[in-house]
Ligand binder design. Sequence first.
Ligand code: ADP
Ligand code: MG
Ligand code: MG
Ligand code: MG
Length: 654
Amino acid sequence: MGLLSAGEPMTWEEMKAWQDHVRHHGVKQFIRLYNRLKDEKGRVLKWGDEVEYIIVKLDHKEKKARLSLRADELLKQLAEPENAMMAEVAEKGSSDIELHSHWCPEYASYMVEGTPGIPYMGGMSYFNTVEHNMRLRRKELENLLQEDEIAVSLSTYPRLGCPDFTVPPFSPHPNSPDSFTKSLFWPNEATFLGHPRFSRLSANIRERRGEKVAINIPVFKDVNTPDPFVEDFSSLGDDGSSAAAAKPDHVYMDAMGFGMGLSCLQITFQADNICEARSLYDQLATLCPIMLALTAASPSHRGYLVDRDCRWDIIAASVDDRTPEERGLDPLKKNKFVIPKSRYDSIDSYLSKCAQKSPEFNDIKVIYDEAIYKELVDGGVDPLMAQHVAHLFIRDSVSMFRNKVHDDGEYEDEDIDHFENIQSTNWQTMRFKPPPPGASIGWRVEFRPCELQITDFENAAVACFVVLLTRAILSYKWNLLMPISLVDENMKRAQKRDAVLTQKFYWRKDIFTLCEEDAKPVIEELSIDEILNGIPGTEYQGLLALVREYLRGQDDVEADTSCTLSNYWQLLSGRASGKLETNAHWIRQFIRTHPDYKGDSVVPESAVYDLMVSINRIQAGELKEPRLFGRVERKSKTKDINRSYTADSGTKIG
Ligand code: ADP
Ligand code: MG
Ligand code: MG
Ligand code: MG
């Protein structure tokens, strides 16, 4: 979820006096970094995925599935191979230990995040190692589980925040001074407490906002769902604030964990140079809503079916630290800006040369601090990049560590801590990642919208598709840009129930048109099917055909890799056309057709138990599920490439 610094986190009150200090030095750090590295080029493609697993404990007798709060314990064991390798590197300068995985904590204490131990490289054969690596990671985790525990890669555990949803069991204490969320549903212990960042972050966001967060997602109206659907929270210790914040006909949630406790699939890649990184940042921004709809996997929250399929708006609201003034509810007095979006949301502006040539694509008003913008421009940063950074810097820091702030403002030349502080708590669809200190990593871009899928096969398919799209975009000089306000509109449509089947998305059909001033893009509203699979009888062939064409032009695609990728494309094509169900559709149907479901939108505990067991069996290949996979061959012949660590491997957290 971002940078983990060692040391004591500060409270919101303590941090107030340091906000300008962090921004002031953060901007200076960025200017130094930018001028030092803006001309560096010649980095090869390296890339990696991030998968967040949740640990589920099954009670076979009672038919209950609960979240096992053992992340801290498991992470200590999971880190052993990496620690051993690092010790060898420190001693000998290199290591023979093959490192399959890198593990790190996430927001919730039932969650762990695994990434490849060493990033994948650009060669075509690496596409045949992704699924294998995901399997190895899962195996490493599974090897440490208790007999009745399973690890699932599931975007949303359907009964998060319901009574008795954890093992060991804990209750929320909304009125206790110790509750950092004040949630009626989320116990402190469900947040990862092995690092102080997460609890402090939750409290700081709430305190900055001036009240606890309020998440309202439309309930799925089934045949027996009460109309209107209104919940009574009085027995849970509500002081009236939840009743006031909860909207009728919505599922209400009131803690950071309801968003940050969900899982996603993220993909980071290194660009040759800053220009290429900026171009990929923009081009991929247009793909965010499309991939979100295609990977939709979150139909149920806090024990209810909801009328949305994706997690995005929930996370956005779960970390929304804007004050009432910033949300436009009260006149601006103490705050500087009215800010239309949460710090977790879709990006507001493009960054590339193409966007410079066609300024009309940047058609959202980007809020930024004039003084910071001017400082960046005076420091040699070009206007679009300056606007991007100044926009990130409208946010306060919500996470500071005592040992990281100095009275004297003395920092090492390569230090980017303060910049990273603000950057890493701007959780947007795309992240532009500058090189971290040290020479081994270049400019990178992170693709962040995708929902996590239940199998390694699907997650590998999504990751490989996105990375190959970047290759095709760069080789064929595609131009997917459209007014960025349309991307925002697409984000809204993407989250609707069964968006793949029911929604159309603004999409640029003339993707081979070079980026020229005054060139008018041909934008139409297309289905995901049309966007991926093409429109028969027209010149628009669809993204999958174009990726296939790109692959045909590569001479280093081995037969096994080709076979694996072809299985992936079949899966994605089927999902796009609606012939195969999205995870969200399948999970919703699983719950709705469960014998204990009463048609009232309430997800029974037994349905969650059966769902977890089924998901685990599907992932293991023990259960065929034609509605998810059809006739797609899931036995990919993926394999490992021996990747030993060298000083240049770049495992460092970016
Ligand atoms: P964050 O959570 O901030 O996104 P992580 O460290 O969790 O950062 O993930 C970083 C991702 O970047 C991983 O998937 C990793 O494999 C990948 N990665 C590591 N080094 C490089 C590199 N040099 N270029 C591109 N990707 C990299
Ligand atoms: Mg994460
Ligand atoms: Mg991460
Ligand atoms: Mg990430």
